[in-house]
Ligand binder design. Sequence first.
Ligand code: ADP
Length: 394
Amino acid sequence: MSSIAVLNAGSSSIKFAVFQSAAEPLLLLKGQIEGIGATPRAKLSDAKGNVVLQEELPREGFDHAAATQTMMRIGARWLDGKDIVAAGHRVVHGGAEYSAPLLLTDQIIDRLAAFVPLAPLHQPHNLAVIRAIRSAYPQLPQTACFDTAFHRSQPPIAQTFAIPRKFSDDGLRRYGFHGISYEYVAGRLRAVAPAVAEGRVVIAHLGNGASLCAVRNGRSVASTMGFTAADGLMMGTRCGSIDPGVLVHLMDQYGFGARELEDFIYRRSGLLGVSGISSDMRTLRASRDPAAKEAIALFIYRIVREIGSMAAALGGLDALVFTAGIGENDAATRAEVAAGCGWLGLTLDDPANQRGETLISAPQSRVGAFVIPTNEELEIAKRTAEIIRGAPAT
Ligand code: ADP
C-alpha cells in the first residue's frame, strides 16, 4: 500500500501527516517534532488521535535537517510496509508567479529560495525540509502547495499597495495567505451547498492566525492578509492592520529596530497584547478579567469591520463561512460576528449555531452562514496525489 507524507515546517517545529494514497486520501498517522533549537521532542498519533509515541530528542546540532531525518525514521518504523511515494509540502510563499501546486524540481526549489526575503520567518524552514528530503531520498517526488497561490486570481487592483511603482515592481504587493485552507473550505462548500458556492462568499479563517477571504464562484477576489501574514484581522499574538505611522513612531520615540518591530507586530500584540493574559480564545472566554472581554470585543469588532470591506469587494454577500480553531469551535464568536453583520441580512439559527451544525443561518436569513472545518493536510495530500498521478516518473 502506498502513502503520501504531508509536511508543514515552522520556525521551531515540523508537523507531518501520512495519508493512504487515494483519490480521497485517508489519514494514517499524524505527528510533530517541536522545540527545534531548544528542547526537541517528537510526538506521533494514530488516525483516531491516540498518542502512540512520545520521544525526547538530542539537543546537540538538532536542526530542521536532523528533524527531517528523525521524522522519516519514526515514520518508517510506524508505517512498516506502506511505502511513501511522495512528500507534499506546505510552502508559505509562491511569489507572484506560482498560482497552483506543483512538482518540485531543483530549478523551482532555487526559485522558491528567492522568496525567502518575502517570508523570512517561514520560507527558509520549508526549504530546509524539502532539501533534506531531496538529499536523503533523491528519487522521491516532492510537491509544494502555496499559502499564497489561491489569491493569484485576485484582480491586480486588489493586490496593489498605493506606494511608488518601483517598490511594487520589486514585489511589495498584497499576496494573501491561508490559501490552502481557503481552497479546501471553498471545495467543501461546493459539496455541501453548490448554488451558494457559486455566489459571493466570505470565508473567515479564525485560528491563532486569522484572516478573511472574499470568494466569488470559488475564486479569491480579495483577502485581509497582504504582503505578510501580519495584516488584516487582530490575531492571537499579531496586531493585524495598523497605522503605518505607529511603526515610525515606535522607531523614533521608543528606539525600536527591525527585530523589535517584528516582535511587537507578530508576538506581543493581538489577543495576548490587549488582554495581557493569553493569546488563546478558550482562556479568554473562561476569564472574568475585563481586559479579556475587551480583547475579545476588539477581535470581533475588527472581523465585523473587515467583513464589510470584503462584502464591498464582492458587491454584496450571499454567505459567510466560519473555519479554523475559533471559527469551528467558538459558538460565541460566531454569534457575536453574526450580530455585527445583521445589516448585511444575516440572522443565525441560535440552536444550530450552539450545536456547531454545518448550516447555522436561520431559514429567513438573506445571507447563509456555515461552519466548515478546514483540513490543510488533506488538501495537500489530495493535490499531491493528483500531481503524482499525472507526473512523469523521476
Ligand atoms: P493555528 O492557527 O495555530 O492552526 P487553530 O486553528 O488551531 O490555530 O486555532 C487556535 C485557536 O482556536 C485558539 O485561540 C483556541 O483557543 C481556539 N479554540 C480551539 N478550540 C476552541 C473551543 N472549543 N472554543 C473556543 N476556542 C477554541
